[in-house]
Design a protein around this ligand. Structure first.
Ligand code: ZN
Length: 118
């Protein structure tokens, strides 16, 4: 019998990403620095995002079946969320995200520069 571990979750802190699919972001570092694109996928667990047209890598695909062609497929690969910054749709500037609570208690993201809800 295995001993039950009660402390398995200690490393499982929930870190919320303030970025969402569909957000426009600008890349802060790396070969795509300065590029802007739309987030097409978010992985809060890995703290990573996939941005349209950014961090494109070529993957070599081997033919799996006879008659199938192998080749190079280009696809976006994930990059760390800390390497991108949100572009505010209101003032069009890169900004950090602030949170505010509306009167009905819902939490909304807002732009630190123009104070508009994003
Ligand atoms: Zn703004």
């Amino acid at each position: 019998m295995f001993k039950k571990h009660n402390n398995l979750n200690t490393n499982n802190k929930k870190i919320k990403l303030s970025l969402k699919t569909g957000d426009k972001v600008q890349v802060l570092s790396g070969k795509d620095r300065g590029k802007q694109g739309k987030i097409i996928a978010v992985s809060p667990k890995e703290q990573k995002v996939i941005v349209e047209g950014v961090n494109i890598v070529s993957k070599h695909v081997k033919p799996r079946r006879a008659g199938e062609e192998g080749g190079i497929v280009k696809a976006e690969s994930a990059l760390y969320a800390c390497k991108v910054q949100l572009v505010c749709p209101n003032c069009n500037k890169t900004t950090r995200v602030a949170h505010k609570f509306l009167e009905d208690g819902t939490k909304k993201r807002c732009c630190k520069k123009c104070d508009q809800v994003i």
